[in-house]
Design a protein around this ligand. Structure first.
Ligand code: ADP
Length: 386
């Protein structure tokens, strides 16, 4: 507890934009997020008062950080499970715990567990040798999707493999480099959806409306909330699936379930156990933002309302553009003039081409119009033109 406020201290491991926006939500709850950052340039380190420095793979640094925190949570999935277990054994409260978190850290463990639970997943197989990939491709048809079990994000660690020869070459190189791999059928997806739920230690769950996530080059560029033209029964089924997974895996905090919408129904792609890019729209588009909800969940407060605040909300990610051109400050000026209704979130990151440096959110009544406005706002920030 913070003696100055009488309120609990939440520590978040990792100082990126998720910690930055969680800090923003913590302020409204009377708190100040304690952050374990790597450098003073990390997005959350630039704004939070209580920043400690250390590496998230260093047990001693984690232990020192956790001291006097009421609860420790994470802005990413890279803290080793054995460290989380060691701290839990020493009496630190960490959410999510190591057991559930494993299913967000390791795609193979996730596929195994979800298959056991009867959740819909693509056909898949662990890969011990290149022959496993060729045999799988012969069985389910080419192309197939090869994935690193650990460490990938934004599509890094995912390879579309068109032929047996390519499979042998790629899998052999990756296995030789020490990667643990799985292979999946390439799902005939119509679009990608995501659903977020929050769950508290008490067991209360709150599900957000299902959203559509639009990806380009493996990176989410747009989120449409709620997912357009999604039949009510599918939306409810997706929310129920996410609730069942959160409960079955004993997740505390937020769980984002990434789904493929296929002609044969919904299929689970990925799990994330933290605030997630697919939920940034909730800052303006839902009564309770995902960041506040995550805090409420890990603190075992009752969950907030997930009701929509507008018929349509569109979030567009802002990716770093090529160097040169208009300064970001000037772009912001133009964007504000062009789209006074757009809400801007910049993460305080150095601009690198293709890097997520912020997002914009637009609310309204008409999907096409709101979508066009959000895309235009994001383009202003990226390129300095409309
Ligand atoms: P990451 O963890 O790097 O985000 P994902 O497993 O989510 O990787 O895959 C990244 C993207 O690749 C997905 O959003 C989807 O567009 C595509 N993808 C992944 N798996 C499949 C699959 N089995 N079939 C078709 N497309 C896939």
């Amino acid at each position: 507890m913070d003696p100055r406020t009488g309120l609990p201290v939440v520590g978040m491991v990792g100082g990126g934009q998720l910690a930055r926006m969680t800090h923003q939500a913590a302020i409204a709850l009377g708190q100040s997020l304690r952050v374990l950052a790597l450098t003073p340039d990390d997005g959350a380190a630039l704004v939070a008062a209580d920043v400690r420095y250390g590496d998230h793979t260093d047990l001693a640094a984690l232990r020192a950080f956790a001291k006097d925190c009421d609860v420790v949570t994470f802005d990413h999935e890279h803290v080793p499970g054995e460290h989380i277990r060691a701290l839990a054994a020493e009496g630190v409260t960490l959410y999510p715990a190591a057991d559930p978190l494993r299913y967000a850290q390791d795609k193979r463990a996730m596929r195994e567990r979800l298959s056991e639970m009867g959740a819909p997943v693509p056909r898949w197989r662990p890969v011990a040798s290149p022959d496993d990939v060729t045999a799988f491709g012969a069985e389910v048809g080419w192309p197939v999707v090869l994935k690193a079990a650990r460490g990938g994000y934004d599509g890094r660690g995912v390879w579309l493999i068109g032929t047996g020869a390519e499979a042998v070459e790629r899998a052999a190189a990756l296995l030789a480099g020490g990667a643990e791999l799985i292979v999946e059928e390439r799902v005939a997806l119509r679009r990608e959806l995501a659903v977020q739920v929050a769950r508290s230690p008490f067991g209360q769950v709150a599900a957000y409306p299902v959203v559509e996530t639009v990806q380009r080059d493996g990176i989410c560029v747009e989120v449409l909330a709620p997912a357009p033209a999604l039949p009510e029964e599918l939306a409810v089924a997706a929310q129920q699936l996410a609730i069942d997974l959160a409960t079955g895996l004993d997740v505390v905090g937020l769980l984002a379930v990434e789904l493929f919408d296929t002609p044969a129904g919904l299929v689970v792609n990925e799990l994330a156990m933290r605030p997630h890019n697919s939920g940034h729209w909730t800052i303006e588009g839902a009564r309770t933002s995902q960041f506040e909800q995550h805090l409420r969940a890990v603190l075992d407060y009752p969950m907030g309302s997930t009701a929509l605040t507008a018929p349509v909300t569109v979030m567009a990610n802002v990716l770093g553009g090529e160097p040169g051109g208009m300064a970001i400050d000037e772009r912001l000026h133009h964007l504000f003039a062009a789209e006074p209704g757009a809400k801007v979130h910049l993460y305080g990151k150095q601009v690198r081409p293709g890097r997520k440096i912020g997002h914009v959110t637009v609310l309204g009544d008409d999907l096409d119009e709101v979508r066009a406005r959000a895309a235009r706002a994001a383009r202003w920030l990226r390129h300095g033109d409309q």
